[in-house]
Design a protein around this ligand. Structure first.
Ligand code: MG
Length: 297
């Protein structure tokens, strides 16, 4: 049986959050619906943060309300604190993704909290999620490199992952937020975190053209979840001229070719990217939607 990998399309949240355009909630819900119909098993649909800070994510509840849900698809959202978590649960999502940084400098700037404070929030959210019957993924941002502190020690991330595993998270996600990792590093860290007995996910950016190689390395090392963004939506907030998330259709192309079962209909996904290109009025970072599948579908 070919190995199964769950791709989370984070385009509607992580992608659009880092693009200049502010799309209306109905359009963002439409994007989510199109991705679900293309066979994506899981989607990051909204962020429950302060819309004054992140205008692209305003109207999170309206996005969720407008969804035409597909049975079996996991609809996830981002929360950075308990207030966000409460909004997410009230909106009716299936999964909370809580994110914090591996370094003090990054976490202070992004979460306005120390790493210890974020770990305490993670523990409370994981516990509440169990009580509320929803999944909890705990994300370690800048797990391979930090824009303020440079390279991040593997032992540091492992120590954080051990604490998250003790919280009985449904999944631990390692994020290369600024796109600096290389495959050997990814293979080593994912393998060590996988030993903790919690499913491991990888979130890779193609900022320095290593994103797809890193995604494959993560799978080889035992990851069962990969994040990607339709069309490669989303820039890199710390490298303004660079690309960000790996593109979902490009990832699906290489994974299916490598014998993994993603469950995604590549031809349908390519149509979503073409539609999105029209919505944004410019071409996207992804390459497979422009080149087409091979052999032609
Ligand atoms: Mg990202």
């Amino acid at each position: 049986m070919p190995p199964r990998v769950a791709i989370y399309d984070v385009g509607p949240r992580d992608g659009l959050q880092n693009e200049p355009e502010v799309l209306r909630p109905e359009v963002r819900a439409d994007l989510v619906d199109r991705l679900a119909r293309a066979g994506l098993p899981a989607l990051e649909v909204a962020s429950f943060v302060d819309a004054r800070r992140v205008p692209q994510m305003g109207g999170a509840e309206e996005v969720v309300e407008a969804l035409e849900r597909v049975d079996g698809v996991v609809y996830a959202g981002l929360a950075l604190n308990e207030r966000g978590y409460e909004r997410l649960v009230a909106a009716g999502l299936d999964e909370v993704r809580f994110a914090f940084g591996a370094t003090e400098s990054f976490n202070r700037r992004n979460q306005n909290a120390s790493v210890d404070e974020s770990l305490a929030s993670a523990a409370r959210i994981a516990e509440r999620a169990r009580g509320d019957g929803i999944r909890a993924t705990l994300n370690i941002s800048v797990a391979f490199g930090c824009p303020f502190e440079g390279p991040v020690e593997e032992s540091r991330v492992l120590e954080l992952a051990e604490k998250l595993a003790a919280m009985e998270a449904d999944e631990i996600l390692l994020a290369d937020t600024i796109g600096v990792a290389v495959p050997t590093q990814v293979r080593r860290l994912v393998a060590r975190v996988s030993e903790l007995g919690v499913p491991v996910g990888g979130h890779f950016h193609n900022t320095r053209n290593t994103g797809y190689a890193n995604a494959l390395a993560a799978l080889e090392a035992g990851a069962t979840v990969l994040d990607a963004s339709v069309g490669g939506l989303g820039g890199c907030p710390f490298a303004p001229r660079a690309t960000g998330n790996i593109a979902t259709e490009d990832l699906v192309y290489v994974l299916e070719g490598e014998g993994h079962d993603t469950g995604v209909d590549l031809a349908a996904l390519i149509e979503v990217s073409k539609w999105l290109e029209g919505v944004l009025g410019r071409s996207l970072e992804g390459q497979v939607y422009r080149a087409g599948p091979f052999p032609a579908l």
